[in-house]
Design a protein around this ligand. Structure first.
Ligand SMILES: Nc1nc2c(ncn2[C@@H]2O[C@H](COP(=O)(O)OP(=O)(O)OP(=O)(O)O)[C@@H](O)[C@H]2O)c(=O)[nH]1
Ligand SMILES: [Mg+2]
Length: 220
């Protein structure tokens, strides 16, 4: 695998990104081409990673308090190579302080989306490198696999071990191989603070979405 040496040469770099819509239960996101959703525990850094990838520090609201993202939030994006697609930021799971009613609402919103979105080509699943893959994360992987239908093949799950800046190099190697041992997919090590993983993740997303074809006129 060759990694482009300069950002300017990177065809997967996102050169445009903008908010398009938010949806809750009972509303649907508009169609803005092939879609990639960002999933993971509350506070793991989903919204921060979208900001990092798009090079827009405040495109998506982030915060130290878990539960910041409460709706499905969609952003239109375009790569340097001219590929148009959409990001969807999902509310996080595993936020214990929430009431059962709130957790049920969450499940309904996310599961409805994952099950019914034909243009969903990839799910970026974030895990905190220090916590690894937990039960909720495995449940999400299983849910995505089970939601495949004849109309829609299973979206590709791209695993990201994030907040890698928080641990030393030797701890990183240990943590990444522990995560790798639990799944068949190799995690991408990333940090929204240092920008590590940006190019690899951009390439993986664009490749997965290009495979499902062009959902928007811009890609035709
Ligand atoms: N050190 C470090 N901090 C990070 C990183 N990514 C996110 N954070 C911090 O983690 C906190 C949560 O980040 P968010 O991006 O809001 O997390 P989220 O997954 O969108 O959270 P919810 O919307 O609540 O599900 C914020 O304080 C971020 O600044 C990272 O790569 N490194
Ligand atoms: Mg968020």
């Amino acid at each position: 695998m060759t990694t482009p040496k300069t950002a300017a040469a990177d065809p997967w770099e996102i050169v445009f990104a903008d908010f398009t819509a938010a949806a809750g239960i009972g509303s649907t996101l508009p169609e803005n081409g092939p879609e990639v959703a960002f999933a993971g525990r509350s506070n793991v850094g989903k919204s921060s990673l979208i900001n990092m990838l798009t090079g827009r520090r405040n495109l998506v609201r982030t915060g130290a308090t878990p539960g910041v993202t409460r709706t499905l939030t969609q952003f239109a994006a375009r790569t340097r190579a001219g590929f148009s697609f959409a990001f969807v930021d999902l509310p996080g799971y595993g936020f214990a302080q929430r009431s059962k009613a709130e957790r049920d609402q969450w499940a309904k919103l996310i599961e409805g989306y994952l099950r019914k979105r034909p243009q969903l080509g990839a799910v970026v699943l974030l895990v905190d490198v220090r916590r690894g893959l937990e039960e909720d994360d495995r449940a999400l992987i299983d849910f995505v696999a089970a939601a495949a239908t004849s109309d829609r093949p299973q979206p590709e799950v791209i695993l990201v071990a994030t907040k890698i800046d928080k641990i030393s190099k030797s701890e990183q190697l240990k943590a990444l191989s522990a995560i790798g041992a639990l799944t068949s997919v190799r995690p991408i090590a990333a940090s929204s603070v240092s920008g590590q993983g940006k190019s690899e993740l951009g390439r993986r997303i664009a490749t997965a979405l290009e495979r499902i074809g062009s959902g928007s006129a811009a890609n035709a």
